[in-house]
Design a protein around this ligand. Sequence first.
Ligand SMILES: [Zn+2]
Length: 366
Amino acid sequence: MQNIFKFNFYRRSPKLLLTLTLSIVLALLPLVTPALASGTAEPTSHDIRPRYGVRDIGWLSDYHSGLRNTPGDTRVYQMSGDKQGGAVLILGGTHPNEVASVLAAVLLVENAKVSAGTVFVIPHANNSASSYTDPRHDVPEWLEFETESGTRTFRYGARYTNPEHQEKDPKRFKHYPSGFEFKGKESRNLNRVHPGKKDGTLTQQISFALFQLVEKESVDVVIDMHEASPGWRLANSLICHPDALEIGSMAKMDMEMEGTDIKLEQSQPADKFHGLSHREFGDNTDAYAFLIESINPGQGDVSGDVKIINNPEHPLKDRVKFQLSTIQYILSSYNIMAADQAKKIEIQLNVDLANLKGSGLSRILR
Ligand SMILES: [Zn+2]
């Protein structure tokens, strides 16, 4: 009996173990599956090395607790000067595949010094969209730079919120609150859902939190950085809310006197289009709202190796330079034209933009 028992036990135990393991896995599946479906609760983190002048690093969820513990949460870098003044919110990565917007924001956090006012920088405005690279586009997943401190990598994200982080796209997406209709996938496009919704989708809540920040911090100027494909009408443009058009016109004139061509556009009328940052921040807050578009050869019909960083026609360093200098010109025009002189905003970039062409980004990333 004993022998038989021993024999059976040893022979059957692997099966028993397998059965037990399977049972445990199956029992745990319901606990694991929802977490996978909604993605990790941890927002994607990025290699950003703030300069000494950064006074505070917070979270976007500090302005809307509904974002906490979601992949839509993201870092908010705050720099302030010794002189009091106004406040500007600068957004990179609303569309994280528009990489010059992300890199320009990173360079601000790593190099800029603010002498007057307060500067809020969010390099990954839609952090969920920066958690993956759209497989339909022939672009690298990571951008690599050899810097003095070693290799630094930046994610080449996607245009849309990660589909794993939001409920299935509706057939048609109805913009809130206007009811204006878009294709369903635009429900995951941060630049179609503004001004957001407190209890809405993840993308709407990211937008809602940005609007809360603008209100709570009394932000005077909002600048949303984007890129467009080389053939797109808006490539190399500054788009202004009607209330910000005079400031934008002055910035354009100053840029052209310095030899930089930039197109100027006004937001489409509110009854024609909805959800865009320059229109909605201008309509729904007291801020002057702008959107900058540089040219990204990695957008549009991309085939083969487009050389995102060292593209001969549109190298990344030129696109970053375009973004940062446009920001400088917007702020200097704002300083001159904004009625209240106590609301000035002054940023020193500590980056030799004129000579960026020769040195590339590697030398200025920390
Ligand atoms: Zn964009």
